[in-house]
Design a protein. Structure first.
Length: 324
């Protein structure tokens, strides 16, 4: 009998510092860096509070899908250190299958240093053992045992792993990392054509599209339009597109239906870490649970996201379907 989801990607411990300081600067002249978070040069920045949490794309999505009642396995890599042990223990607390977590005896587990203010956050990532994850032929049986592969970021040498992941007829939801996006459609196009749901935020979409010669000369005003972005992404081959755009909400497009979902009104905002993972995996889980009802899926995604940003850490605010 098939299990529900296999998540693949990065695992981290997140060290989050919260500060009321910092200025959010408008930088719209640079399409790929439209907002900047700035601090006074040479100054000491007061930290209001801090916390240690667990994160990483494969971790956040696995925990969220497990809380939603799905049978979830994670295929990822940690170091043989205290941080790695904590990551595995966290999975077990949420009943995520850890039998296929690879223990890397040469490299430390990954961690993120996250600077968060009341508006947004900046994430500094040390990938550590995540950079040595390889999806190989020996993982064929594991992949075949799952209905969905939920794929997040991979190391720089990702092509051989993608070939193995996309060799089978699983449903694939893909939220790629920067390495995959920066390679452009020229490198990942053949995999996009086999992707069931492709999920990116606006900045990630622009990163991928600007690497395409066909669209590199399009005006900033054209590329800043969400409808234009999802149409371009759809032209690359995925069956469905989910595009998130911060406070502007999120968009769904399948070639026929274009749907916008606004964010929850009056939501308490403490920490935006993991908001994309929470939204995207809730939508994917909802599409599976509710027979492809994308409007319901997008609404549930927003409700879960509102809970996540109301608490510190990427996983503490996650809700199951009943609570949503």
């Amino acid at each position: 009998m098939l299990k529900d989801f296999l998540t693949i990607g990065s695992l981290t411990e997140d060290i989050v510092f919260f500060t009321p300081e910092g200025l959010l600067l408008d930088n719209r002249k640079d399409l790929l860096r439209q907002k900047l978070l700035a601090f006074e040069y040479g100054a000491k920045v007061n930290i209001k509070e801090y916390g240690h949490y667990f994160g990483g794309g494969a971790s956040n999505t696995a925990v969220n899908l497990a809380k939603a009642g799905f049978r979830v396995t994670c295929l990822a890599q940690v170091g043989s250190d205290e941080r790695g042990s904590g990551i595995i223990k966290n999975f077990k607390n949420f009943k995520v299958n850890t039998d296929n977590i690879i223990i890397d005896k040469k490299n430390d587990s990954g961690f993120s240093f996250i600077l968060s203010n009341s508006q947004d956050r900046i994430i500094f990532v040390y990938r550590g053992s995540n950079d040595f994850l390889k999806i190989e032929k020996k993982h064929e049986e594991l992949i075949r045992k799952h209905k969905w592969v939920y794929l997040t970021s991979l190391p720089d040498n990702y092509l051989s792993s993608l070939k193995n992941i996309f060799s089978f007829k699983n449903k694939i939801a893909w939220n790629p990392g920067l390495s995959q996006l920066s390679g452009g459609v020229q490198k990942i196009g053949k995999f996009l054509e086999k992707t069931d749901v492709f999920m990116v935020n606006k900045d990630e979409a622009l990163e991928l599209i600007k690497k395409s010669s066909e669209y590199s000369n399009k005006s900033d005003s054209f590329l800043n339009n969400a409808y234009n972005l999802v149409k371009i992404l759809k032209s690359f081959g995925p069956d469905k597109i989910i595009l998130t755009d911060g406070v502007r909400g999120a968009y769904f497009y399948d070639g026929e239906n274009f749907y916008h979902q606004g964010i929850a009104k009056k939501q308490k905002k403490v920490d935006t870490t993991g908001v994309g993972d929470a939204f995207n995996s809730t939508v994917i889980g909802s599409l599976e649970r509710f027979s492809g009802d994308y409007k319901k899926a997008m609404l549930l995604g927003v409700k879960n996201t509102a809970s996540v940003v109301s608490k510190s850490g990427a996983q503490n605010g996650l809700l199951n379907f009943t609570k949503i």
